[in-house]
Design a protein around this ligand. Structure first.
Ligand SMILES: C[S@@+](CC[C@H](N)C(=O)[O-])C[C@H]1O[C@@H](n2cnc3c(N)ncnc32)[C@H](O)[C@@H]1O
Length: 281
């Protein structure tokens, strides 16, 4: 079977489906990339043509097909301690701040966590802070990682990574301290895994079951969404933050122009955002 090019009209229907399903906005220039990914799935699911597969998708009855298509269209790119500065700010500013406040619990949400490196980097940072400052942060700590993709969540829950994933941002020293080698892969140690839990969540759906957070990492996902979606997501994230809570976005992302709920906090290491004291939903 030779690969087909998706007709423009069908590409437009598919773009609409993807934005409805997970908020991802595909530009005109993604036509070729999308077609090649859909061709791969057409073979995987043994459909005669892409059109036949998209007709089945439109019926809305094949949940597995819908999941695989969303999976194939999302970018799951991630790494350990990505960009460095969020973890430096966590270690040097936010953890000392919360240690002083002595809350009974300290809850962090890694929204769009991909395969778990972000949640586990947070857990490692907290563990290192606690070792350096014995007894300083004795709150009950919970890190909730969520993502739309069941495939990456499976990896996150297992906490097992191959050599390629391990070398991206994890120092040899941390790898030795926090990982156990099993065959040719590395498994996160229980102490780092214990505070982290993972759940499937589409950022366009309700957050009400998650509870309240002190800190949200929402990094490198808003860039894929429309302006209206960014506004909607940031305003709803503000509603699940405790008073004075923080949000850390990706290096090229900002709430400015999308949500009035946050004020910028500038540290030597970089910029994060704090829920405004007088913000009302
Ligand atoms: C580029 S990764 C970013 C991972 C991590 N936050 C980081 O910065 O390294 C983007 C993640 O967003 C997830 N994603 C895309 N659309 C989503 C949606 N509507 N709801 C939840 N997660 C979504 C993808 O599955 C992917 O794992």
């Amino acid at each position: 079977m030779t690969d087909e090019i998706l007709p423009t009209a069908q590409y437009d229907v598919f773009r609409h489906f993807l934005e409805e399903a997970c908020g991802i906005v595909l530009g005109e220039n993604k036509h070729y990339l999308v077609t090649s990914r859909l061709n791969r799935l057409t073979k995987e699911f043994s459909f005669p043509t892409i059109s036949a597969m998209l007709d089945t998708l439109a019926l809305g009855t094949n949940v597995q097909l819908k999941e695989r298509i969303i999976d194939a269209m999302t970018t799951n790119e991630t790494s350990w301690f990505r960009d460095g500065y969020p973890y430096e700010i966590l270690r040097h500013e936010l953890l000392p701040h919360y240690a002083k406040k002595k809350p009974s619990s300290f809850r962090i949400w890694s929204a769009a966590c991909s395969s778990g490196q972000e949640a586990y980097s947070i857990s490692m940072t907290i563990a290192e802070y606690q070792v350096a400052n014995p007894g300083a942060l004795s709150s009950f700590i919970e890190i909730i990682g969520t993502d739309i993709s069941p495939t990456v969540l499976k990896m996150a829950r297992e906490g097992i990574y191959d050599e390629i994933n391990i070398i991206r941002g994890l120092s040899e020293e941390r790898r030795e301290r926090y990982m156990v080698k099993t065959d040719d892969r590395w498994q996160i140690r229980d102490a780092i895994k214990a505070p982290a839990r993972f759940a499937e969540l589409n950022l366009f759906k309700s957050y009400s079951l998650l509870g309240k957070f002190d800190l949200i990492f929402c990094r490198n996902v808003l860039i894929y969404f429309s302006s209206e979606s960014k506004t909607d997501i940031l305003n709803r994230m503000a509603q699940v933050l405790n008073p004075g809570g923080y949000i850390i976005l990706g290096g090229s992302e900002s709430p400015t122009g999308y949500s009035p709920a946050f004020e910028m906090v500038r540290y030597e290491q970089g910029v994060i955002y704090r829920l405004k004291d007088d913000w009302k939903p």
